[in-house]
Design a protein around this ligand. Sequence first.
Ligand code: GLN
Length: 199
Amino acid sequence: TPVIGVLALQGDVREHVAALAAAGADARPVRRTRELDAVDGLVIPGGESTTISKLVDIFELREPIDKRIAGGMPVYGSCAGMIMLATEVLDGRPDQRGFDGIAMTVRRNAFGRQVDSFEAPVSITGVEGEPFHAVFIRAPWVERVGDGVEVLGQVGDGPAAGRIVAVRQGNLLATSFHPELTGDRRLHAYFVDLVRSAT
Ligand code: GLN
């Protein structure tokens, strides 16, 4: 059974732990380096990326996580977690910093004030069945992807149609939306499989 940690500094940690467990992982919160050492993969939850960035430094997790990423550890970031995995952030706070993650530019709170929260269908390459009922909460979108980044999903309907909201680069996965807030476990199962094949 793959051991998958959820970065437990801020955000919807419990929901990810429950979703990972339902998808067949041994899921646990990670707050310390020794807890990080014990996991095969890591989820960075939704929440507030500026706060997570600060707490990553306070808990001295930045270098250890960058090292694990460089070593090939799979990481899945949702929403704020996507922002933490982006090499470039637009509309970020000047002091926020992400990990050495996915070669992409994301825009924070990209969908605008009128549509702070919304739901839209999103199909994900590599995940079979109907489109996800994707939940967006003050979500980022991906404006640009670099070499080696695969676009897995775009908004299917409505004013934001076509916006990139799911990407993968090697063992790093990111979505703008929150599959942990719905009963649909296919994305967590996809990540559990990714961790299984990486270890
Ligand atoms: N707007 C938040 C940020 O900038 C992300 C929101 C979320 O994770 N639901 O970090």
